[in-house]
Write a protein that binds this ligand. Sequence first.
Ligand code: B4P
Length: 185
Amino acid sequence: MFGPPGAGKGTQSQKLIEKYGLIHLSTGDLLRGEITQGTALGLEAKKLMDEGLLVPDAVVIGMISNKLDANKSAKGFIFDGFPRTVAQAAALDELLASKSSQISGMIALEVNDDELEHRLLLRGKDSGRADDANPGIIRKRIKEYNDKTAPVADFYKKQNKLKSINGIGSIDEIFGAITGVIAAY
Ligand code: B4P
């Protein structure tokens, strides 16, 4: 699942794992888990996340690799919010090839910046997430996305794996469009 911050990746992934029985790998959730546990990795990640910046590639690639190894019998995975840089995408391809596997497809949710800011500020009212509470930080996250993450779409487009979906509408409408794409995999 691909898209800018607040596009609905986490929301839709939750529904997809229920429908298809896949394993959900959200690097955002994994990082927040490290923060809650107070690990060294979590302390390092918190500083960057609170400022709206991406955490280093090596950190998230290591976390994903561990999770793949821990779920060897899974029938499939949904990567939510990963890969977020071209370096992460290349590392993921290599990692999956070493396990005789590959990405089936990338589903990109398209949502304009005004709607993203509105959704994240709304969530910030009760999520307790520092990165959702401040319009300046939200705009920085969107800039990080445009600078470092948007090029990941081209990486998968070149492999004919990119499918774009309108991420504005009701959660169920968007879910219907996504399951239509997945049916083709
Ligand atoms: P993430 O946890 O991945 O989260 P996100 O981008 O904020 O949100 P998402 O798109 O999942 O939106 P959601 O469904 O929740 O990242 C947080 C931070 O972690 C990053 O900034 C970065 O620092 C770090 N990080 C994570 N992965 C990384 C990586 N691979 N490399 C480096 N750093 C990494 O939806 C948002 C809100 O919209 C919710 O309130 C939801 O209810 C609402 N919503 C959803 N769908 C809607 C709809 N159709 N209509 C109206 N509202 C909707």
